[in-house]
Design a protein around this ligand. Structure first.
Ligand SMILES: *Cc1c(COP(=O)(O)O)cnc(C)c1O
Length: 585
């Protein structure tokens, strides 16, 4: 179909001269808005069904298909001209626009494909996707009760369920869904600054309060301290343990003591609970005791304890799991992993607030992040503002009086809530435990590949990080030297480059639909900063970092057979690179 042309309109106007053009446009448009009445032919229902069927056509064949949508792997945006777009004069039909929208999905990674394992981004479950879509149709605005009405149940129940998982009294706790794990970080920082620097809401932040987190903390620490106006220089990074990547309690104590002796207030200490590249968990309970041991100087509020658990939170669903009886029948090898994860996150109990990304380990669509706080009365009153003059409180629940955002979409709260209802404890347990079943299989299989070394063997989380060396090298000995001995820095850099090149080649293969053994190659990624070398714990040397390939087998379609294939493809990529780049080895 093409644009509705002026000629067409003029022709129709000949038929009925009395109808002005704007009115014709409006009746055209009416066909493309959802009907307000039931039983009518509704373009929305028709178009959605059609659109989803068409989108489905972009999926690959089950046998041998690549892990992206459509057939064209290329970026086809015309970057040279794209910003010359202007609003066209006439209307297009909504069907046409929808077809164009579907075309934009061409080439997008297929997050639910068994070969996709590049990061913590599993495809959302159907209940969550549909619940989210519903809120786009009859758009509740969860800023306050009148515009959200019963939809607020999703946020309120999510808050209760998450608080309960943390071991908190749910009636006294609360949550707000916000714009990501980074939004949760920012919420915590605002909350912390407001309680530690009581004047700051009116006078601004005039004191260099410190925010303490580990070297492994997510880079969103920069976003939050920057945008909140505290300044990135007020971050203090605590060294991490060379084996576990967890915050070093000795160093934290030194820093807290130092701040106290210099009368410098600390706004918050952030425990990261599950990081992207290393599954580091900081020991919350110990941090809690240290915070109490070194309180802020007089005149400043209590140091805030935040858990950035946006990845790790879902292990809390193992709260009542009987690891002895093992009712879900996890394998013996996997049980200790699960238990370790649960034991690591249960310390969230000691925090003042934590973040939960449903779009990560909650198998929900973007953006569905919950900032959960232990003391609802404190948070909501500390940040309260006078109510708007044009909104009337029609319900007891009106978060606009203390949230960062004004209008808030319900897509996230409905997605998160739908997932909580859909999964229940056992659903979460099965999905999470199932990932570890695949991972443990992978670790087992890696032993058959002498050039591959797992660099995060102590890590009980989802991700497996590995380095692959040229043939003929005693891999594990070589890696130990590169990790610990400065004399081997040159080798470290050389093999970092090799890892980088393999990572890039695998990406190229994924994009070009290369096949090995009749199957496409996996969509993986790599990290250029898994951890600093042991002699570089103060991070002074920007080069002495461990690169590693990353395998994140998060989505539910992944099976052990896929893992065998992944190892094969990594070896093949190594062979190709070493033949080209290091011919003498
Ligand atoms: C992903 C992540 C963030 C940022 O969350 P978004 O949802 O991407 O905004 C923050 N912290 C940690 C530990 C993360 O893994």
């Amino acid at each position: 179909m093409s644009e509705i042309t002026e000629e067409q309109i003029a022709k129709e106007e000949l038929v009925d001269q009395t109808i002005p053009r704007w009115s014709k446009y409006r009746s055209e448009m009416l066909q493309s808005f959802p009907s307000p009445y039931k039983g009518e032919k509704d373009s929305l229902a028709d178009e959605i069904t059609k659109a989803i069927r068409t989108l489905d056509q972009l999926k690959p064949e089950k046998k041998g298909g690549a892990a992206f949508l459509g057939t064209d792997p290329n970026l086809v945006i015309d970057f040279e001209h794209v910003k010359e777009a202007v609003l066209e004069n006439g209307m297009q039909t909504s069907s046409e626009v929808i077809q164009k929208a579907i075309k934009l999905f061409e080439g997008l990674p297929n997050w639910g494909h068994p070969l996709t394992m590049n990061n913590v981004n599993p495809q959302g479950n159907t209940a969550a996707i549909v619940a989210s879509i519903l809120t786009e149709i009859f758009a509740p605005n969860i800023l306050e009760g009148e515009y959200a009405w019963n939809i607020h149940q999703a946020e309120l129940e999510s808050g209760a369920i998450l608080a309960n998982l943390a071991g908190w009294e749910s009636k006294k706790s609360g949550c707000v869904y916000t714009y990501g794990g980074s939004g949760c970080w920012t919420y915590h920082l605002k909350y912390a600054l407001t309680s530690v620097l009581p004047d700051s809401r009116n006078k601004g932040i005039r004191t260099d309060a410190k925010v303490i987190c580990s070297q492994q903390a997510h880079y969103t620490m920069l976003n939050s301290t920057d945008w909140m106006g505290l300044g990135m220089d007020n971050l203090i990074l605590i060294k991490t343990d060379i084996d576990t990547n967890a915050m070093d309690m000795g160093h934290l104590e030194e820093v807290l003591k130092d701040c106290q002796s210099k009368k410098i207030p600390v706004a918050s200490v952030v425990c990261t609970m599950g990081t992207t590249d290393a599954n580091a968990y900081d020991p919350v309970e110990q941090v809690y005791h240290l915070i109490n041991k070194y309180p802020n100087p007089n005149g400043f509020g209590k140091i805030f304890l935040y858990c950035d658990s946006v990845i790790g939170w879902s292990w809390l669903t193992f709260k009542n799991y009987d690891f002895k009886i093992n009712p879900l029948g996890f394998s013996e090898a996997v049980l200790p992993y699960i238990e370790e994860n649960y034991n690591a996150v249960k310390g969230i109990f000691f925090a003042d607030a934590f973040g939960a990304d449903f779009h990560k380990t909650g198998f929900s669509p973007y953006i569905s992040s919950a900032f959960v706080y232990k003391d609802a009365a404190a948070f909501e009153s500390l940040l309260s503002r006078p109510c708007s003059s044009y909104l009337q409180p029609r319900s007891p629940y009106n978060p606009l009086n203390y949230t960062l955002e004004v209008s808030r979409t319900a897509t996230g709260s409905m997605a998160g809530w739908a997932t909580l209802k859909f999964f229940g404890h056992e659903g979460f347990q099965s999905v999470l435990g199932g990932i570890l079943e695949n991972k443990v299989y992978l670790l087992q299989k890696m032993k058959d590949h002498p050039s591959i070394v797992c660099v995060n063997p102590e890590d009980f989380g989802f991700v497996t990080l590995l380095r692959i060396y040229p043939p003929g090298i005693h891999t594990s000995v070589q890696y130990e030297l590169e990790l610990k001995d400065k004399a081997h820095k040159e080798d470290l850099l050389k093999h970092n480059n090799l890892t980088h090149a393999i990572g890039d080649l695998l990406f190229e293969w994924f994009r070009s639909g290369k096949k090995i053994n009749g199957q496409c190659t996996p969509y993986l990624s790599f990290t250029s900063r898994f951890r600093p070398a042991a002699y570089n714990r103060d991070l002074k040397d920007s080069e002495a970092m461990i690169f590693a390939l990353k395998i994140f087998p998060l989505n539910v379609s992944i099976t052990p057979q896929v893992m065998d294939h992944v190892l094969l493809c990594i070896s093949a990529a190594r062979d190709q690179i070493t033949q080209i780049k290091i011919p003498n080895e």
